[in-house]
Write a protein that binds this ligand. Structure first.
Ligand SMILES: [Zn+2]
Length: 151
């Protein structure tokens, strides 16, 4: 049974259920991609920016301990490793060239310095790029992120 006294305040029943200015809590609300990627890169929850996204070095938490946003259905897979290799390779290859041409160090010194640099940069970037990939998937509602949160 409908109450006709509120009829003038209601939206047009033919209009879409989700107007463009829907509140952020709506399951269909748009999410900004790059702020979410940046929060993920800082290894923080893409939703609230406060809770830690990762448990340990690379394990993504099932949900945010602060805002309860679920993350168990992310599908980062090999993306973070690929991006890490892409970035480290594009930094280390010119560094090898410049280091050899400019300073001509002993090959073992060059090998040692570049190996340590590549390993350190990879260990630094891998969890951050994993967070960025999860943040991107969350913002674009990829995979299970399209579902409404159950909490
Ligand atoms: Zn959160």
């Amino acid at each position: 049974m409908t109450d006709n006294t509120e009829a003038p305040l209601r939206r047009n029943p033919v209009a879409p259920a989700s107007p463009p200015t829907s509140p952020p809590a709506s399951p269909e609300a748009p999410r900004d991609t790059w702020p979410a990627v940046w929060k993920g890169f800082r290894m923080r929850c893409p939703n609230c920016g406060n809770g830690p996204l990762l448990r340990g070095y690379l394990k993504v938490r099932d949900h945010c301990p602060v805002c309860r946003e679920p993350y168990h259905h992310h599908r980062a897979d090999d993306g973070p490793a690929y991006l890490t290799i892409l970035v480290v390779g594009h930094v280390m290859a010119p560094a090898l060239h410049i280091g050899f041409v400019v300073w001509r160090p002993d090959p073992l010194i060059l090998l040692t310095v570049l190996s340590i640099g590549a390993i350190a940069m990879s260990l630094y970037l891998l969890p951050r790029l994993k967070g960025a990939v999860v943040g991107f998937q969350w913002a674009r509602r990829m995979h299970g992120f399209a579902q409404a949160p159950t909490a």
